[in-house]
Design a protein around this ligand. Structure first.
Ligand code: 5GP
Length: 202
């Protein structure tokens, strides 16, 4: 894993993961977001290679068979997966790498990397979540209702995570995640090299 820190951020669709994470990385060169592949349709304003790599099912399946995907899951009828190589490279480079994935993917990553830090981003209320999803205006009523049902199921699993951050305001949520990463970097376990250097130079 190098000196990097692997972090999972989950939260239901509409919890504001993108807004919070984009704000978080604005001023922090040591924090990177992994860009996933998905077979879902591109939403208005989404950029290929930034929000996701938008791919077809055939390409997606091929990458899985080539073992190029760290984990993948099906969500609301589409496939989502984490490309392996960029994550390994960023970790080797000492970055804190955030995987913005749903609960099934989180479960798989915990098995692969027992030291992973997991954070659940919660909306302050179900009403706020629904308003945010409606405000996005990108899905029909059926898809929206489906996402709300999934959201409730996902929130029931929030206790499987190490931390819960409430996204009442973007600033609070960003501050919460930064605190977690900062504290993680200060763990004795992650500073063994420094420790032995200081001791041996005395
Ligand atoms: P959306 O369609 O709203 O962008 O994403 C739907 C869900 O899929 C979100 O919870 C998002 O975090 C999750 N997701 C995005 N990329 C990945 C991925 O690579 N793996 C997994 N397991 N989930 C992902």
């Amino acid at each position: 894993m190098g000196n990097g820190i692997l972090i999972i951020l989950s939260g239901p669709s509409g919890s504001g993961k993108d807004t919070v994470l984009n704000k978080l990385v604005e001023n922090r060169d040591d924090i990177k977001i992994s860009v996933s592949m998905t077979t879902r349709e591109k939403r208005q304003g989404e950029i290929d290679g930034f929000h996701y790599y938008f791919v077809d099912r055939e390409y997606f399946k091929r990458k899985i068979s080539e073992d190029k995907v760290l984990e993948f899951a099906e969500y609301a009828g589409n496939f989502y997966g984490t490309p392996k190589a960029p994550v390994d490279e960023m970790l080797a480079d000492g970055k804190a790498v955030i995987l913005k994935i749903e609960v099934q993917g989180a479960e798989k990553i915990r098995k692969l990397y027992p030291n992973v830090i997991s954070i659940f981003l919660m909306p302050p209320s179900m009403r706020t979540l629904e308003e945010r999803l409606r405000g996005r205006n990108s899905e029909d009523e059926e898809t929206l209702n489906h996402r709300l049902v999934i959201a409730r199921e996902e929130m029931r699993r929030a206790s499987e995570y190490d931390y819960m951050v409430v996204n009442d305001t973007v600033e609070n949520a960003v501050a919460g995640i930064e605190m977690i990463i900062n504290a993680e970097r200060l763990k004795t376990l992650r500073n063994k090299k420094l420790l032995s250097e200081v001791i041996n130079n005395v």
